[in-house]
Write a protein that binds this ligand. Structure first.
Ligand SMILES: [Zn+2]
Length: 132
């Protein structure tokens, strides 16, 4: 077992309910980390951060009224597009939709609006293809 770099107390890898705040809104997430049993300081590895990244990104997106990771994926699937095809049509780089769907990157609000309008059949994908 490792020791705390601050107080040299024992560290334990476990999950603890952690409150995240964004623009005044709060969410409680079960955050894995090395927790110090003496001073209760926490230390997050890359894997610990990765474990809750999508939940935190989706929380921030819902506060900002942006499509969540799974919503973007669902719209893309309804349009019968692969991540690569969608990235090519809507821009943002060849891996843009992979990044939007994994929470690595957020789409701009303009793309968010466009995807919602296409999904609500207010705009036809064929019309988008004609002008893109
Ligand atoms: Zn400590």
């Amino acid at each position: 077992m490792k020791n705390c770099p601050i107080c040299h107390g024992k560290l334990e890898h476990k999950k603890e309910d952690t409150v995240y705040e964004y623009k005044g809104e709060k969410i409680t997430i079960s955050q894995p980390a090395e927790y110090c049993l003496s001073c209760s300081e926490s230390f997050l590895s890359a894997d610990d951060i990765k474990a809750t990244k999508k939940d935190i990104v989706d929380f921030k997106r819902s506060v900002d009224h942006l499509l969540k990771t799974e919503e973007i994926k669902a719209i893309r699937k309804r349009l019968n597009l692969t991540q690569q095809e969608a990235s090519k049509i809507f821009g943002g780089g060849i891996r843009s939709f992979y990044k939007y769907e994994t929470g690595e990157n957020n789409p701009h609000r303009s793309l968010d609006i466009l995807l919602r309008l296409i999904d609500k059949k207010k705009i036809d994908l064929d019309d988008v293809l004609q002008v893109s």
